[in-house]
Design a protein around this ligand. Structure first.
Ligand SMILES: NC(=O)c1ccc[n+]([C@@H]2O[C@H](COP(=O)([O-])OP(=O)(O)OC[C@H]3O[C@@H](n4cnc5c(N)ncnc54)[C@H](OP(=O)(O)O)[C@@H]3O)[C@@H](O)[C@H]2O)c1
Length: 355
């Protein structure tokens, strides 16, 4: 009989708190294929279909993750990420049967097959995810929730009030949705900032952003003031650092910053959220700008409501979802490194097995 082997990703080395992650930090090892007979009561054996790679995982490459909700990865040990979609191969939990599609937003191993407690995964409704299971990692998962709840809870977007909303990392997973959400919730003008001309074109031509600014080319402040003639009312900040300082300088009094992420400084040894300059602090105070940290996990009571709105919009064709798909569990580290450097448009996922 053919012996099935399993494959998983391990952490081979750390980039250092001030280093850029590289493919070499990740290794792949063959390991034993879990057998259905070895399952303990309550466990399920899952075939991985898709997994998610996320900027938040960068802190797990350090010896101390620095955050309360995620632990550091251990050297030489298998890695788990923030989400995935799989198919149940065998179950010792009466809630699941072979062939069920399951997903989770935490504790998702970067492995071809794995065993997990049934209580850590949930069944995916077929009517919503039938032919597009990876939606559970983009629009109808943590990414969509972050975009929607970030704008809804911290953006103060008011229909008819003529607001301009600026989004950074706008062609990425969260940003591409956040700009569309802002428009659907009533923003007058939506402007994206991203790292290439092709991404600008994607935002303007495929997603209907009013303008897009390439922060890697030319004078960002000048491009931004041209794109936002009435100033910036709301800023969905995925990036932080100098770029965000340039945006906040152009904000109107009583504006709102949605402090979603600060990827520009994830390869620096700084606390989260990182400190801002005294000049920027003063400007925020003088203009009465709100700048509150947003963490999607703080809004779990609103997830169902938010997912209902997002799926309605999707089924009505009002919101578009873009994915960049890498193939093979062995390429997960590479996909993560690429995403951190802007190699993705929309949500970066890894396809592990055909669905
Ligand atoms: N608060 C929360 O609960 C929460 C939840 C999920 C995600 N987040 C945050 O949301 C942000 C986006 O996450 P995501 O999963 O949607 O990733 P993503 O935007 O799909 O991918 C990251 C993007 O960041 C951009 N980037 C990388 N380095 C940059 C730099 N130095 N300056 C400007 N842009 C840079 C790259 O695009 P370019 O080509 O444009 O450079 C890259 O594509 C991250 O900061 C993440 O931590 C927060």
């Amino acid at each position: 009989m053919e012996t099935l082997l399993n494959k998983r990703v391990i952490l081979k080395s750390r980039p250092g708190v001030n280093g850029e992650p590289s493919e070499d930090n990740f290794g792949v090892e063959e390991c034993e294929m879990p057998s259905p007979a070895s399952l303990s009561p309550g466990q399920v054996l899952v075939k991985n279909l898709y997994l998610s790679v996320d900027p938040a995982l960068r802190c797990r490459m350090n010896e101390d993750s620095g955050v309360h909700y995620m632990s550091a990865w251990q050297l030489g040990q298998p890695i788990d990420g923030l989400g995935g979609v799989g198919e149940v191969e065998a179950s010792a939990d009466s809630t699941f049967t072979k062939g069920d599609r399951v997903s989770a937003t935490f504790l998702w191993p970067w492995a071809a097959f794995f065993v997990i407690d049934g209580k850590h995964v949930k069944k995916m409704p077929k009517e919503l995810f039938g032919s597009e299971p990876s939606l559970a990692l983009s629009l109808l998962g943590g990414t969509g929730l972050t975009a929607y709840l970030g704008v809804a809870e911290k953006g103060h977007v008011t229909p008819g009030s003529g607001q301009t909303v600026v989004v950074s990392a706008a062609a990425g997973a969260t940003g591409s949705l956040a700009g569309q959400v802002a428009r659907l919730l009533g923003a007058e003008r939506v402007v994206g900032i991203c790292g290439s001309a092709a991404k600008c074109q994607f935002l303007e031509q495929e997603l209907g952003f009013d303008a897009a600014v390439n922060y890697k080319s030319g004078d960002v402040s000048a491009q931004l003031s041209k794109a936002c003639p009435d100033g910036v009312h709301v800023y969905f900040d995925n990036v932080g650092g100098d770029l965000s300082e340039r945006v906040i300088e152009q904000m109107v009094p009583n504006g709102h910053v949605i402090l979603c992420g600060q990827i520009a400084v994830y390869n620096k040894d700084l606390p989260y959220p990182p400190p801002i300059s005294p000049t920027l602090q003063q400007l925020i105070q003088d203009r009465n700008i709100t700048r509150e940290r947003f963490l999607v996990l703080d809004y779990s009571d609103k997830f169902d409501e938010a997912l209902a709105v997002l799926s309605q919009w999707y089924l009505a064709g009002k919101i578009k979802v873009k994915e960049t798909v890498a193939e093979g569990v062995e390429n997960t580290g590479k996909a993560f490194v690429s995403m951190m450097k802007g190699g993705n448009v929309g949500k970066q996922i890894v396809k592990v097995h055909n669905s």
